[in-house]
Write a protein that binds this ligand. Structure first.
Ligand code: HEC
Ligand code: HEC
Ligand code: HEC
Ligand code: HEC
Ligand code: HEC
Ligand code: HEC
Length: 347
C-alpha cells in the first residue's frame, strides 16, 4: 500500500508541473479577419534635395584624383624650398604647411619655434574645414583659409601699416607672394649699405607688382596703384586657376593661355603684342647697367658695399622685377616705368 501511495503522489506532482507549463502557453491563432477599407491618400510632400548630390560636386574619387594630379604638376607640389626654408621660424609662414597654418591662426609673422619636420604646401594649407554643410541656405562655399585682406609684411617690418585687398580668393596668394622688405633708406651721407648677396625684397613680389606698389621711388610717371586692368578685371586665381587644361590653370597654378584669350582673343603666347619681349629687353638693359656700376656681379648677384641710395634703389627695383617672373604681364605699364626710371638712375 505504501508503494501505491507514493505512486499517487508522483502522479499528482507530474500533473502539477504539466499545468504550470501549459499555463504559459497560448492557444492556436484564430482565422484572419476581413481586410479593412483603405484610408484616404496623404498629400505629396515637396521633394527634398538629395543630401549627397551637393557634396558630390567636389567629393568624388574622380574629382579628387584629378585635383591631386594637377597639384603634382605644380611648384607647390614640388615644394622646392621646403627642406631649406620650411622649418626656419622666420621663413616657415610661406614655405611649409605647418608654418602657414600656425601663422594664419596666430596672426604672427613667425612661428613660435622652428618646425622639426616641415611638409610642403598641400590641400589643407589653403583649405580649411567646412564652416557649414547647409549649402541650400549658405550657398556653396569652398572651405578656404587666408582669404581676408592682407597686411603687407614689408611695411609692417618698417613700422608702417599697408593693407592689400584683392577682394576674395586671391588674397590667399598675397599672403605668401609678397615682398619681405622695402627699398633702401638713405643714411645721413645719402648712401645705403647693401649687406648681402641676397639683397632685395625676396622672390615672391607678384602681389605688389600687380597692385603697382612697393618700388623704390625714382623719377615719375608711375600709374595709379590698383589701376591696371589685370588688377581690376582679372586676378591671381582667374589667370592661374582658370579651368585646368593639360598643363595649365586649376590646381597646377601655371598661368592659363585660355584665360588670356577671354580678353586677348588673338593671343598665341603670353608675349601679347610682343610686350614680354620688350620688358625682357629693358630688364637686360638695367642688369647690364648694374653690372657696369659694380652693384651686380657677373653672375647677377648683388655685390655688398656702400652705394648712393638711388643706385641701391635701382638694384632693389631690379630685384623686384626679377622676383616677379611674369616679364611684365602682371602690370605692364608699371613694370615698364620702374625699369626705365631705374635704368636712368644708373646709366
Ligand atoms: C565646392 C566644393 C565642396 C563641396 C560642395 C563640399 N566640399 Fe567638403 N571639402 C572641400 C574641400 C576643398 C575640402 C578640403 C580639402 C580636403 O580636405 O581634401 C573639403 C573637406 C571636407 C571634409 C574634411 C575636412 C572637414 O571639414 O572636416 C569633410 C568631412 C567634407 N569636406 C565633407 C563634405 C560634405 C559632407 C559635403 C556635402 C554636405 C561637402 N563636403 C561638400 C570641398 C567641398
Ligand atoms: C612672405 C612669404 C615668404 C617668406 C617669409 C619667405 N619666403 Fe622664400 N619665397 C616665397 C615665395 C612666394 C617664393 C617663390 C616665388 C616665385 O617662385 O615666384 C619664395 C622663394 C624662395 C626661394 C627660391 C626657391 C626656388 O625654388 O627657386 C628660396 C631659396 C627661399 N624662398 C628661401 C627663403 C628663406 C631662407 C626664407 C627665410 C629667411 C624665406 N624664403 C622666407 C615666400 C616667402
Ligand atoms: C595654394 C592654395 C591651394 C592649395 C594648396 C589647394 N587648393 Fe584647392 N582651391 C584653392 C582655391 C583658391 C580654390 C578656389 C578656386 C577659385 O577661386 O577659382 C580652390 C578650389 C578647390 C575645390 C573646389 C572645386 C574646384 O576645382 O575649384 C576643391 C574641391 C579643391 N580646391 C580641392 C583641393 C585639393 C584636393 C587640394 C590638394 C591636392 C587643393 N585643393 C590644394 C586653393 C588651393
Ligand atoms: C603658403 C604660401 C603660399 C601660398 C598661400 C601660395 N603660394 Fe604659390 N608659391 C609659394 C612658394 C614658397 C613657392 C615656391 C615653390 C616652393 O618652394 O614651394 C610658390 C610657387 C608658386 C608658383 C610657381 C613659381 C615658380 O617660380 O615656379 C606659382 C605660379 C604660384 N606659386 C602661384 C600661386 C597662386 C596663384 C596662389 C594663390 C591661389 C599661391 N601661389 C598661393 C608659396 C605660396
Ligand atoms: C593677367 C593674368 C595674370 C594675373 C592677374 C596674375 N598672373 Fe601671375 N603670371 C601670369 C603670367 C602670364 C606669368 C608668366 C608666364 C611666363 O612667361 O612664364 C605669370 C607668372 C607668375 C609667377 C611665376 C611663375 C613662373 O613660371 O616662374 C608667379 C609665382 C605668379 N605669376 C603668381 C601670381 C600671383 C600671386 C598673382 C596675384 C597677385 C598673379 N600671379 C596674377 C599671369 C597672371
Ligand atoms: C579680364 C581681361 C583680361 C585678361 C583675362 C587678360 N588681360 Fe591682358 N590686358 C587686358 C586689358 C584691358 C589690357 C590693357 C590694354 C588693352 O586694352 O589691350 C591688357 C594688357 C595686357 C598687356 C600689356 C600690353 C598691351 O597690349 O597693352 C599684356 C602683355 C597682357 N595684357 C597679357 C595678358 C596675358 C598673357 C594674359 C593671360 C595670362 C592676359 N593678359 C589676361 C585685359 C585682360
Amino acid at each position: 500500500m505504501k508503494k501505491n501511495y507514493f505512486n499517487y503522489l508522483l502522479l499528482v506532482f507530474v500533473f502539477m508541473i504539466g499545468i504550470m507549463v501549459s499555463c504559459t502557453k497560448e492557444g492556436p491563432a484564430g482565422p484572419a479577419g476581413a481586410n479593412g477599407t483603405n484610408g484616404t491618400n496623404g498629400t505629396d510632400g515637396t521633394d527634398g534635395v538629395d543630401g549627397n548630390v551637393s557634396c558630390l560636386q567636389c567629393h568624388t574619387m574622380a574629382i579628387m584624383d584629378d585635383l591631386h594630379a594637377q597639384y603634382d604638376l605644380s611648384a607647390h607640389g614640388e615644394g622646392g624650398a621646403v627642406g631649406y626654408a620650411g622649418g626656419r621660424y622666420n621663413c616657415a609662414m610661406c614655405h611649409s604647411d605647418e608654418g602657414y597654418v600656425e601663422t594664419q591662426l596666430t596672426g604672427r609673422d613667425t612661428t613660435a619655434a622652428a618646425i622639426p619636420i616641415p611638409t610642403k604646401i598641400s590641400c589643407k594649407t589653403c583649405h580649411n574645414d567646412h564652416v557649414t554643410f547647409d549649402f541650400e541656405v549658405d550657398g556653396y562655399v569652398v572651405p578656404l583659409r587666408g582669404i581676408d585682406a592682407v597686411e603687407l609684411l614689408a611695411w609692417r617690418v618698417s613700422g608702417e601699416t599697408k593693407t592689400l585687398d584683392f577682394g576674395g580668393n586671391s588674397n590667399i596668394c598675397a599672403n605668401c607672394h609678397q615682398p619681405r622688405v622695402l627699398g633702401p633708406v638713405a643714411d645721413s651721407a645719402g648712401n645705403f649699405r647693401v649687406t648681402s648677396s641676397h639683397y632685395g625684397p625676396h622672390y615672391g613680389t607678384q602681389s605688389t607688382v600687380l597692385e603697382g606698389i612697393g618700388h623704390y621711388e625714382l623719377g615719375s610717371g608711375y600709374p595709379t596703384p590698383g589701376s591696371d586692368p589685370h588688377r581690376t578685371s582679372a586676378s591671381c586665381t582667374s589667370c592661374h586657376m582658370a579651368d585646368f587644361a593639360s598643363d595649365q590653370g586649376g590646381h597646377s597654378w601655371w598661368p592659363s593661355l585660355d584665360a588670356c584669350k577671354t580678353c586677348h582673343p588673338d593671343a598665341t603666347s603670353f608675349d601679347v603684342n610682343g610686350k614680354q619681349t620688350e620688358i625682357n629687353g629693358l630688364f637686360e638693359e638695367l642688369r647690364t647697367a648694374l653690372v657696369a656700376k659694380g652693384l651686380l656681379s657677373a653672375t647677377f648677384s648683388p655685390v655688398p658695399g656702400v652705394y648712393p641710395v638711388d643706385e641701391a634703389g635701382a638694384l632693389y627695383n631690379y630685384r623686384i622685377i626679377y622676383g616677379d617672373h611674369s616679364k611684365g604681364v602682371h602690370n605692364y605699364d608699371y613694370v615698364k616705368t620702374v625699369l626705365i626710371n631705374s635704368i636712368n638712375a644708373v646709366k
